[in-house]
Design a protein around this ligand. Structure first.
Ligand SMILES: [Zn+2]
Length: 93
């Protein structure tokens, strides 16, 4: 699968995740980044708002409004790009 195919698959999966009422969505906490992580067959695919802004906004809204925040919501992390850039001495790939 190419990176573009993986991104297309991840976007499809995000659309399905809008039906989930539980679960956590990892989001990069670097302000100007905000990429979200989708696991695809054990592999991480990072989706940015520019990949699909309307879906991105819907997904964020969905997870922010999770009915039970002990069972679902946004969870903050750092994407590999920002990890390598901001914490080169600590980052492990
Ligand atoms: Zn990031």
């Amino acid at each position: 699968m190419t990176d573009a195919d993986r991104k297309t698959e991840a976007i499809k999966k995000l659309e399905l995740m809008l039906n989930d009422s539980e679960g956590f969505l990892p989001i990069c906490s670097v302000k100007e980044c905000g990429k979200i992580k989708v696991s695809l067959d054990g592999e991480d695919v990072w989706i940015s708002r520019s990949d699909n802004s309307s879906l991105y906004d819907r997904v964020i809204k969905h997870y922010i409004n999770s009915p039970d925040l002990t069972k679902g919501g946004l969870t903050h992390t750092v994407c590999p790009e920002d990890g390598r850039r901001l914490y080169p001495e600590f980052w492990r790939d």
